[in-house]
Design a protein around this ligand. Structure first.
Ligand code: PEP
Ligand code: CO
Length: 453
């Protein structure tokens, strides 16, 4: 039987375009408007990347996390690039997230919601519109969906054809993620194999011994006749910062079951620290889509801002709808987060609170690299758990920039990455990411914090 098709209310459709009347921060300057219109028209005809039904399931999962019955693990590149959307690199990131999820699930006996900053993380907000090198000024790199990283006029000119490349690269990335997570690779009985191919280090060794314990437990259960269907595949969600209206608006479609709009570019989309203005275009647009929405909150966030964001984005206080991603910086979290958490708690709202221990901890090293100290990242995570424990609220997840590759971008960790090592293995075009072993180490710390939560 065909399901009934529910048409969109014309007022809902008009509302989706209301953002054009509002200030929109961080949009590229496209030199050719006709080319933008044709890219948008083409995007709007391409198939959705995710389905409304999956998005609805995710909302229920996030609602469980907000209650302390699950934990969100969200991670991936600061900026994905077209060149790095290769099978090997995507697999390494998925493996790293699966490994971290195992450490967390086993350590804390909690279901972990796995979510990539993947298959759409191609647009970046920048602190300046331009970049100057040796007297030459060109537009700043805004992510592969907008322009190229090479410092030439041609590459740095915003090109709307890149919006279509972002779509196609997201489609192939998501296809591989779905194959990995549904096709047997994510079977919990492969828990050892996810570690293969990574360099030897203390975090991997610790993972290996945990994998042995899990293996033993699974064999024991198998001998008892347990049925393992639930271990064979895993849910995996994708998310990105919804920055570019010329991408997100054409990807927003009306769900025929309900007549409501879903942004089909990703399961969860978030609003960045630089675009969360209460009367701005991003908050308005996101208030009108059904996806779970994240909002980054930096140290300057006021309690009024947070309460107004709840009223705009989640007026019905729907479980799983809203995730606050605090990114205060290690020295500030214990002072800046409590008042926000308490105000939200006292207003009776129950968003999911997660920590991004990366974006408040940026430093520039003496030899000129954008980096982060692993100890600061760990300290912000500890602070996040302390603040929630004191307020009686739920620390429900973690948002990290990571890669499965053996890069050296963040300082410290059990491999003791120092400034000189950055010169050898720094690959990020944007922010520094945790490498594979730093990611595992972080997962062990969070598992410990969670089991004492
Ligand atoms: C990011 O997540 O890469 C980012 C730019 O974060 P924020 O908006 O928190 O600065
Ligand atoms: Co970043």
């Amino acid at each position: 039987m065909n399901e009934p098709v529910v048409a969109a209310d014309p007022a809902v459709l008009a509302g989706l375009d209301n953002y054009v009347n509002l200030p929109a921060a961080q949009q590229p300057i496209w030199p050719d408007q006709a080319a933008v219109s044709s890219a948008r028209a083409e995007l709007s005809k391409l198939p959705p990347l995710v389905f409304a039904g999956e998005v609805d399931i995710l909302r229920t999962r996030l609602a469980a996390a907000a209650e302390g019955k699950a934990f969100l693990l969200q991670g991936g590149d600061c900026a994905e690039t077209f060149a790095d959307a290769t099978a090997d690199r995507i697999r390494n990131r998925v493996k790293t997230l699966l490994q971290m999820a195992v450490v967390l699930t086993y350590g804390a006996s909690l279901p972990v919601i796995k979510m990539g900053r993947m298959a759409g993380q191609f647009a970046k907000p920048r602190s300046s519109n331009d970049e100057t090198r040796e007297g030459v000024t060109l537009p700043a790199y805004r992510g592969d969906a907008v322009n190229g990283y090479d410092f030439t006029t041609e590459s740095r000119t915003a090109n709307p054809q890149r919006l279509l490349s972002a779509y196609h690269t997201s489609a192939s990335t998501l296809n591989l993620i779905r194959a990995f997570t549904q096709g047997g690779f994510a079977d919990l009985r492969s828990v050892h194999e996810w570690n293969s191919g990574f360099t030897n280090n203390p975090a991997n060794a610790r993972y290996e011994s945990l994998a042995k314990e899990i293996d033993r437990a699974i064999k024991f259960m198998a001998a008892c006749g347990a049925d393992f269907d639930a271990l064979k595949t895993t849910e995996f969600y994708v998310s990105h910062e919804a920055l570019l209206f010329d991408y997100e608006r054409p990807m927003t479609r009306i769900d025929s079951r309900t007549g409501t709009p879903y942004d089909t570019s990703g399961h969860l989309v978030w609003i960045g620290e630089r675009t969360r203005q209460l009367d701005g275009a991003h908050v308005d647009f996101m208030s009108r889509i059904r996806n779970p929405i994240g909002v980054k909150l930096g140290p300057s966030t006021s309690t009024d801002d947070v309460l107004a964001l709840i009223d705009k984005l989640d007026p019905n206080r729907e479980p799983g709808r809203l995730t606050f991603i605090s990114r205060m910086g290690a020295p500030k979290i214990r002072e800046a987060l409590p008042r926000l958490v308490e105000a939200v708690r006292d207003a009776g709202a129950k968003p999911l609170w997660i920590t991004d221990p990366m974006h408040g901890n940026g430093i520039t090293t003496k030899n000129g690299y954008k980096s982060r100290r692993f100890d600061d990242v760990m300290d912000e995570v500890r602070g996040f758990f302390e603040v929630h424990r004191a307020a009686g609220t739920v620390p429900g997840g973690i948002h990290v920039e990571l890669t499965g590759d053996d890069v050296a971008e963040c300082l410290g960790g059990s491999e003791h990455i120092d400034e000189a090592t950055l010169e050898e293995r720094y690959e990020s075009l944007c922010d520094p990411r945790l490498n594979h072993s730093q990611s595992l180490e972080l997962a062990f710390l969070v598992a410990e914090a969670l089991s004492n939560r």
